[in-house]
Design a protein around this ligand. Structure first.
Ligand SMILES: Nc1nc2c(ncn2[C@@H]2O[C@H](COP(=O)(O)OP(=O)(O)OP(=O)(O)O)[C@@H](O)[C@H]2O)c(=O)[nH]1
Ligand SMILES: [Mg+2]
Length: 217
């Protein structure tokens, strides 16, 4: 971002407080992603929310946004089918992605997921952070591992969010976290725990996102 931030205090990127949220648009073609700019004319800091289907991506966004159904969720995997963009505090964009890899997926669906998401992550210039969600009860799947490796290869910062921590005991939570981190080889990637039902992790996640914004801008 050049040296914008150094001129005066109010030119550095604002911290996110998640007060003013609006839906911007949905699209299947990343080239139609919105081009959003803040009041300094800078492109928004963009955060993508990724992970397997049903892991809780859309629920997490609703929880972060303190909204009930701005983001569509479902108990059945495969709810989110498009790239869905949200404006946060007129400063950042959040993109809710379709999930990968639920059992009943066909070859055709798999390739349509790839065609939608891979170029978006690879080419979207304003994308600065990927939240990789992992269900605390499970071990990383082949696709989780592949996705993690691939994003790392793009040199994109990531945060790991362990979801549904209300479903496990404290000791199980730590055990599963360690196992996941070991399997992914992600000890350098920060992680947080999240539960939308027990209201866990919102503050910590916002803190980590703001740390990335600070480091960036
Ligand atoms: N117990 C519990 N359930 C959760 C939590 N977060 C999400 N869920 C449930 O998990 C299911 C899937 O949630 P979604 O947010 O739609 O999942 P998604 O990752 O967006 O799924 P796709 O759009 O299919 O990729 C829903 O039934 C949610 O209620 C959580 O923290 N705790
Ligand atoms: Mg979803």
């Amino acid at each position: 971002m050049g040296n914008h931030g150094k001129l005066s205090l109010n030119q550095s990127m604002k911290k996110l407080v998640f007060k003013s949220i609006s839906f911007v648009k949905s699209c299947s073609d990343w080239k139609k992603s919105p081009s959003l700019k803040d009041d300094q004319g800078r492109p928004y800091f963009e955060v993508a929310v990724a992970g397997r289907s049903n892991v809780g991506k859309s629920s997490l966004l609703n929880h972060l946004f303190r909204s009930k159904n701005l983001v569509k969720t479902s108990s059945k995997p495969g709810k989110t089918r498009l790239l869905n963009f949200f404006d946060v505090d007129q400063t950042a964009a959040f993109c809710d992605l379709p999930g990968y890899g639920f059992a009943k997926v066909t070859e055709k669906m798999r390739s349509s997921w790839q065609q939608m998401i891979e170029p978006y992550i690879e080419k979207r210039e304003s994308l600065e952070l990927v939240l990789l969600l992992l269900d605390i009860r499970r071990n990383p799947s082949e696709q989780d591992i592949q996705f993690f490796e691939w994003v790392k290869h793009q040199d994109l910062p990531m945060l790991i969010v362990f979801t549904k921590v209300d479903k496990v005991s404290k000791s199980e939570k730590v055990k599963q976290m360690k196992k996941n981190i070991e399997k992914l080889g992600s000890s350098e990637t920060p992680h947080v725990y999240y539960s939308t039902t027990k209201n866990v992790g919102r503050k910590e996640l916002i803190f980590e996102i703001n740390r990335k914004i600070e480091a960036w801008g």
